[in-house]
Design a protein around this ligand. Structure first.
Ligand SMILES: C[S@@+](CC[C@H](N)C(=O)[O-])C[C@H]1O[C@@H](n2cnc3c(N)ncnc32)[C@H](O)[C@@H]1O
Length: 302
């Protein structure tokens, strides 16, 4: 599994030197293949230059069942979105990577969609999808979403509905203020990018954007600064994991605990109290994968 929960101890055990294996020999007796390269250890900020969008999509989104974390998020997503208002004006997918499953899942509820990432390669990949020049096939993920929604739309229709609503691709860094650094791509010149959004979605991003609790809390603050008063944050993530790996690279992350999620939201002035209103705060967790919505109060100092 990619967004894995491997503990430090388990990983160290796996990284113990192995017995030398005989190398495959070519007919002329020369060494044919070198032994596999050791995994590259990457920092959270290495996402900027070392993240390969194609490899990421192939590793986690080729089939919707490729990765447990992904499965859990896709499974609970329609249910948690159902708790949001029926019509949402503006949405931002924050730290989308090269993925478009959130715009697709929100296509019927949201009027205008903005998407974003920190890594230039991911923003390029998003642009290719917006311009229908992408090579990755989202059919399996769309089918998974439509099955859970019990809708009969084809993958093509689902994607086109979402694509028609995407207005711009933003260059973001959740550790900077303001978080939005630039607008990379706009549907047309008339598009205006709001400073805050009615819904900010962010999945597998905030805990992966840094390696310490302090950085996680700053990232949550950054994400919540983009939510309008009265708007919502929809966050998904992984608890108790200190890294994830694909493409021969292991990206370090903050080992998130349930309490950190609440602390981050509280510090950012968001609702964390289930008793306040039916849909002001909802948290679903399965196998350490969580998905939640939290409302920003109408009057807030943030
Ligand atoms: C594991 S990927 C998740 C991508 C996608 N949201 C998904 O659900 O598959 C982590 C993403 O966080 C982004 N990221 C890392 N540091 C960031 C930062 N400082 N600000 C915003 N995004 C960041 C990376 O570029 C990468 O696309």
């Amino acid at each position: 599994m990619g967004h894995d929960h491997e503990s430090e101890q388990q990983r160290q055990q796996q990284q113990q030197p192995q017995q030398p294996q005989p190398q495959p020999q070519a007919e002329n007796g020369q060494e044919k293949e070198k032994s596999p390269k050791p995994e590259e250890n990457c920092s959270a900020s290495d996402h900027f230059t070392k993240f390969n969008p194609e490899k990421y999509l192939q590793s986690f989104y080729k089939t919707a069942g490729e990765d447990l974390a992904m499965q859990v998020v896709l499974f609970f997503l329609p249910g948690i979105l159902y708790r949001l208002p029926k019509r949402i004006e503006t949405m931002l997918d924050l730290g989308a990577g090269p993925t478009v499953y959130l715009p697709i899942a929100c296509r019927d509820r949201v009027e205008t969609i903005f998407t974003s990432d920190y890594a230039p390669a991911n923003r390029q990949s998003l642009q290719q999808w917006c311009e229908k020049r992408h090579s990755f096939d989202w059919t399996k993920v769309c089918t998974w979403i439509s099955n859970i929604e019990a809708s009969h739309e084809t993958a093509e229709v689902m994607q086109q509905k979402a694509r028609d609503k995407v207005r711009a691709i933003l260059d973001v860094n959740v550790h900077e203020c303001p978080v939005v650094r630039n607008v990379d791509w706009k549907k047309d010149e008339t598009v205006e990018v709001p400073e805050q959004f009615d819904l900010v979605t962010t999945v597998f991003c905030l805990e992966y954007s840094g390696e310490t609790l302090q950085e996680y809390l700053r990232a949550v603050k950054g994400a919540c600064s983009l939510v309008k008063p009265g708007g919502y944050l929809m966050q998904g993530g992984v608890l108790d994991a200190d890294s994830y790996n694909f493409d021969g690279k292991r990206f370090r992350s903050h080992r998130l605990e349930r309490e950190h999620v609440t602390l981050g939201l509280k510090e950012a002035g968001m609702c964390t109290d289930v008793t306040r209103g039916e849909n002001d705060f909802r948290y679903i967790c399965h196998d350490d994968i969580f998905i939640m919505i939290s409302k920003k109060p109408e009057t807030t100092s943030q």
